[in-house]
Design a protein around this ligand. Sequence first.
Ligand code: SAH
Length: 363
Amino acid sequence: MTRDPLRIWFDDVARRIGFADSDEFARAFELKPFRLKQIYRAAAKELCADVGEVTTLPKELRAELQSRGFSFSSVTPVVLQRSNDGQTTKGLFKLRDGNEVEAVLMEHYGDRTTVCISSQAGCAFACAFCSTGQAGFTRNLDATEIFDQARFFARELATRNKRITNIVFMGMGEPFHNYEAVMNGVALLHDPHGLGLGHRHITISTVGLVDKIDRFADEGLQVNLAISLHAPSDRVRGAIMPVNRKFDMGELMAAVERYVEKTNRKVFFEYVMLEGINDDETCANELAALMRGRLYHVNLIPYNSTPDGPFQGTADARIWAFAAVLDKAGVPTTVRKNMGRDISAACGQLRAETQPKAHASAK
Ligand code: SAH
């Protein structure tokens, strides 16, 4: 299925102000295709703050659009926190209906700028260690609400002559539980007439929805897939991730194998290190056996403890010992760097999903 970014964008923007879709919107303001392109480009590529800034549009049109509530952005920052080292900026954004989502910008000493974005307000999957999961599900975001989190940071970066290089869907929500909007959001992020992010620079992280992994394999996109595994067995996974009751590890790993077979793309496995839960040597050996000899990469994530949660993060030395077991088995493994620790207290979810700085492997 082809996804037309311009239509996706106008459909959402039009709906926000009470039109059925982009066609009805275009008719109401008598906008010809070239005008639609001009407006879309101003928002998505030129990153104008709002339509009032687009001086190539007739003044009356700008005024008319504004008087109807037309706006380039669906998200408004309510809190922005920067870490002491200046590398991580966390944003809390208000949506038009008052719901709030978080997104995080991570700058890695200039070599990469990754934005971690949310796909839902809340989350329905209730992973025991995740504060978003514990808070429950509110609603899906639409494609532009997803895109606008990136647009916000792209605008901020542009003032410093920088740009986004990577996007990860590792904020609030389960991307595959909001499949269509996320794929449409990817189309917006990718559009060369907009931010122009390469598919290989976009990563979707899932709790492990088997039917959607199959569907994603059929999209034929080069977008990266990450699986939140967090355990090497049904026993351990079942205790911390309720989704495991719906899709057990056998089903999950079979779906991942089908994906690899179809796409020949490497799959990333996220494994958050929880003290006394999933971090002993038995777990490491079981995980190594599961991962060995396949097109898989394991990311070990230091846990960001949440204020009222019962979980503690595994100590660094134990994380490295765990990594060494995987490494010895020849499993490509990265220990994630924990960024913005000083500002992450308020947020159990949006955090160190970032670049492989510290390689466990000695290769
Ligand atoms: N629902 C998707 C994406 C959102 S969570 C998923 O499950 O993959 C992104 C990643 O952050 C997941 O691997 C999640 O398990 C992890 N995570 C959640 N809370 C965390 C915390 N407090 N510390 C470290 N990682 C966490």
